[in-house]
Design a protein around this ligand. Structure first.
Ligand SMILES: [Zn+2]
Ligand SMILES: [Zn+2]
Length: 221
């Protein structure tokens, strides 16, 4: 399998994790500057806590952990709902670190989070700027363009290697360290394009919403 044709699926995510383990990488968080041999896996959870939990289960099975950046002001999920609190507890239980995916300019850091922030859909003006009282995950030394990849919109982004999945280089231990941003929804729901993946996500959400309506004593007969 080449880097360019890798599937966005939980099966391939598991292969990516195994590749990193085979390459000798340590899975670390944002509590210290990155060192050679480090793999900083971060997840910006934009759409679905369910998808985050499913991906965290794959990480736990592989014996690795990552940092989950959760939103307090998402239009797609409510971290303060019972379901949201359950998902956060489950991510912790599976070994995940919890950080904050903030919507500019508001930072809602509290005891739920490590003092680490990544902005949601940032503009270049503030993406990498320091944040009072917190680590900005997209500031140096964690953000170093040659050592950063993101799967945004189902397309691996990298300064020099656009569209290129990093699993093969990880397996060979070629990268001294890497910070990778993996959006769980893209790997949990399936589609050849981001549009198709989002249609699959919406179909799952519809089922979830129907269950929530029933739980809310709405008559669906
Ligand atoms: Zn791959
Ligand atoms: Zn985001």
């Amino acid at each position: 399998m080449t880097g360019a044709s890798c599937a966005f699926s939980l099966a391939h995510y598991r292969e990516l994790l195994e590749a990193a383990k085979a390459g000798g990488y340590r899975f670390v968080g944002f509590d210290r500057p990155p060192e050679p041999g480090d793999l900083v896996v971060r997840h910006d959870v934009d759409l679905s806590l369910d998808a985050a939990v499913r991906m965290a289960e794959v990480e736990a099975e592989a014996g690795v952990s990552s940092t989950w950046f959760l939103m307090t002001r998402s239009v797609f999920y409510n971290l303060l709902s019972e379901e949201g609190e359950r998902a956060l507890a489950r991510l912790r239980e599976l070994g995940g670190r919890i950080a904050h995916h903030a919507v500019w300019p508001r930072v809602d850091l509290d005891e739920r989070f490590e003092p680490v922030v990544a902005w949601h859909n940032p503009s270049r003006d503030y993406q990498t700027a320091p944040i009072d009282g917190a680590t900005n995950a997209m500031s140096p030394p964690w953000y170093d363009p040659p050592r950063f990849r993101t799967d945004s919109n189902q397309n691996w982004r990298h300064r020099d290697l656009p569209g290129h999945c990093p699993h093969a280089e990880l397996a060979r231990g070629e990268l001294d360290w890497l910070h990778v941003n993996v959006h769980p929804e893209i790997w949990v729901y399936h589609g050849r394009t981001m549009r198709e993946t989002m249609e699959a996500f919406l179909a799952a959400e519809r089922q979830l919403r129907l269950e929530q309506l029933r739980a809310d004593r709405i008559d669906l007969s």
